[in-house]
Design a protein around this ligand. Structure first.
Ligand code: HPA
Length: 298
């Protein structure tokens, strides 16, 4: 057998790594059992400051956890209470364009699933494609278009990932990738906070270059109202695990060719900073309602 290595399906090791990371976090969290996860996008870190009795864990401490190389993505987990709701917040995410594999990009989401969460709120910075969108506007995702050219579930299926369903299926429905009822609650809560939360369709590109104006016109033709470089892989694995997903984009800029100026990461980051408090307010009011729904079912 010298020199011959039997190919072990990668998902076997991967599941063990996810379990190890989750076990590490569970020990750190002690008696806290989070119900909902929140992933914060570029410049959108303020929600983490609203967490009481926080347990902070740097990504670098967690076994197998990938670390973000992007400025503005701080790379830590903040777990604790958002009002009356036990949550785990991921401040910063990793992206495909950083050179991570699809499995690494979605590793943190897998770990959230392994912690036993029932729902996740995925936030991101996005370019606005739809006419009428303004910079600083929050948009609830009604659907997405996967334009990344890959799917994080390519490879052997691992049924044990079905944390919330019992079985992670090879083929599963994506008709309601983004939960209708959570979206409705979010819109109602935003209304109560004095702003309108529109619904949109998010198209994910691999990045890291922003789009050309021709690409933006093409994406509009495909039905996209927002464009970004994240979220879609996380949504796919969250649905594979049976978690309910609420997606919220912050329009940090008008997409290329629509705003008249050149795009930069600084602009995206700054626009995120200006709206992060509104997002924090929305989630603080919204999550108790979501928790009420989820608990009534368990
Ligand atoms: N394009 C892609 N990703 C983005 C954008 C954009 O215009 N803005 C924020 N993230």
């Amino acid at each position: 057998m010298t020199g011959v290595h039997r190919q072990v399906p990668k998902s076997v090791d991967y599941f063990d790594q996810v379990s190890e990371a989750a076990a590490f976090l569970r020990e750190k969290l002690s008696t806290l059992t989070p119900l909902i996860g929140i992933v914060l996008g570029s410049g959108l870190g303020a929600v983490a400051d609203a967490i009481t009795s926080p347990v902070v864990v740097a990504y670098g401490e967690i076994p197998h956890f990938p670390q973000s190389t992007v400025e503005g993505h701080s790379g830590r987990i903040v777990a604790g209470m958002l009002g009356p709701v036990p949550v785990v917040v991921m401040q910063g995410r990793v992206h495909f364009y950083e050179g991570y594999t699809p499995e690494q990009v979605t590793f943190p989401m897998r770990v959230l699933g392994a912690l036993g969460l029932k729902a996740v709120v995925l936030t991101n910075a996005a370019g606005g494609i739809q006419e009428g969108y303004r910079v600083g506007q929050l948009v609830a995702l009604a659907d997405h278009i996967n334009f990344m050219g890959w799917n994080p579930l390519i490879g052997p299926n691992e049924p044990r990932f079905g944390f919330a369903t019992g079985t992670g299926l090879r083929f599963f429905d994506m008709t309601e990738a983004y939960s209708k009822r959570l979206r409705a609650l979010a819109r109602e809560t935003a209304f109560g906070e004095g702003f309108a939360l529109e619904e949109g369709v998010y198209l994910a590109t691999p990045g890291p270059s922003f789009e050309t104006p021709a690409e933006v016109r093409a994406f509009r033709g495909l039905g996209a109202t927002l464009v970004g470089m994240s979220t879609v892989p996380e949504t796919i694995v969250a649905r594979h695990m049976g978690l309910e997903v609420l997606g919220i984009s912050c329009v940090t800029n008008l997409a290329a060719g629509l705003g008249g100026s050149q795009l930069s990461h600084e602009e995206v980051f700054e626009a995120g900073r200006q709206v992060e408090n509104r997002l924090a307010g929305l989630l603080t009011r919204l999550l108790p309602k979501v928790a009420g729904l989820l608990k009534a079912e368990s």
